[in-house]
Design a protein around this ligand. Structure first.
Ligand code: 9Z3
Length: 346
């Protein structure tokens, strides 16, 4: 553990991933989750499917052990849940690791806030004569909603039958880190046939268990001062140690558009993974940028290239940018697998 004065005047402890996992406790459900992941991966391996880990939603940072207050990261889970559906459609098996209660594949179409399902159900009252036995009323789906519901429901049922979607939950940044490490270590079994799609919005700061108040922090002493420590840069061990050959895609969220490309390049230079998808908070639904190392003969990349993906929501309001993001990544992942075969043969 190192104490540092950071460039923006912040001070605090910087945990290495190793120190982090040696000092912070695993979530109670970890063992059970890992055993579900193992079973799932064995099945996919047998069926010869590629597997993608999609992380989705924001992490929390609890301020108390008996948690009443917490810091949260922005994310509804739309990016992750929508992308998971397109990966399933492209033939991938999906481990969907998401923040509890954030959006999920399929049910996202009927979110309680944007499209509450009770609003498209209708009650059909039967006539008193016919109600001698059984319930006197029936529930019908409003006809205008039926085609879409039928499409979503039949895809959902087909995915359930095929057993190609595994859902895991996290709440805190600590749950997220432990789970990400465990799942990626298991997935490394698949070599190049796995893809990591890290869309969750992960806190950069946390409060170590050792510094947390046991009970609810009391008011009455004026302002509240909390010093948080920096969350270890988890992409580093993910790329270098936990996943042997997986194709790793991380997301970079910024609100200052000038920072998007430099920050994406910085992440690639630091961690050496395959793609950073940059998105601006307010433009993320219709514009993203893929930043990746430029191909070169040597093992070190000779700079980075950017490619913008935009959709026109005025022309096609139903279009989801995740459809094009996933199509692009499926192509890149395929080339990544093919390149390895060529390298081994030559
Ligand atoms: C993203 O940038 C996601 O695309 C969004 C999706 C969170 C913007 P919604 O769920 O939003 O559709 O509402 N995710 C990554 C955010 C993040 O925390 N990135 C870290 C960073 O920017 C690196 S891992 O430093």
């Amino acid at each position: 553990m190192a104490t540092s004065q950071q460039p923006d005047g912040q001070s605090g402890t910087i945990f290495s991933a190793e120190t982090y996992f040696a000092t912070q406790p695993p979530p109670p459900s970890l063992e059970q989750d890992v055993s579900r992941v193992k079973d799932f991966l064995q099945r996919q391996l047998k069926d010869g499917r590629k597997v993608v880990l999609v992380t989705s939603g924001g992490t929390t940072v609890p301020l108390e052990l008996n948690v009443v207050r917490f810091l949260d990261n922005f994310s509804a889970g739309t990016r992750g849940a929508t992308s998971a559906e397109y990966f399933l459609k492209a033939g991938y098996a999906v481990i969907f690791m998401h923040r509890q209660f954030s959006l999920q594949p399929f049910s996202r179409h009927y979110s309680h806030s944007t499209h509450p399902f009770l609003d498209f159900l209708e009650i059909e009252e039967s006539s008193p004569k016919s109600s001698t036995s059984g319930p006197s009323s029936r529930i019908n789906v409003r006809p205008s909603e039926e085609p879409h519901l039928l499409e979503v429901l039949s895809t959902y049922k087909a995915v359930q039958r095929a057993g190609t979607l595994l859902t895991l939950n996290f709440v805190t940044v600590n749950d997220y880190l432990w789970l990400l490490r465990a799942v990626s270590q298991e997935m490394s079994l698949l070599g190049r046939h796995c893809l990591y799609y890290l869309a969750a919005a992960v806190s950069d700061f946390f409060l170590p268990r050792q510094k947390m108040s046991v009970h609810k922090i009391q008011s009455g002493k004026g302002s509240l001062h909390i010093e948080m420590d920096q969350v270890p840069k988890i992409l580093k061990p993910l790329v270098a140690e936990w996943t042997r050959e997986g194709f790793i895609v991380s997301f970079k969220l910024e609100t200052d558009p000038d920072l998007l490309i430099p920050k994406a390049c910085q992440a690639l230079a630091r961690y050496g993974h395959q793609v950073v998808i940059g998105n601006d908070l307010h433009r993320r639904k219709f514009e993203v940028v893929f930043v990746s190392p430029k191909a070169s003969a040597e093992s070190k990349p000779s700079g980075y290239e950017e490619s913008w993906l935009r959709i026109d929501l005025n022309k096609n309001p139903q279009k989801e940018i995740e459809e094009d993001i996933v199509a692009e990544l499926v192509g890149r992942h395929e080339r990544w697998i093919r390149d390895a075969i060529v390298t081994v043969r030559t």
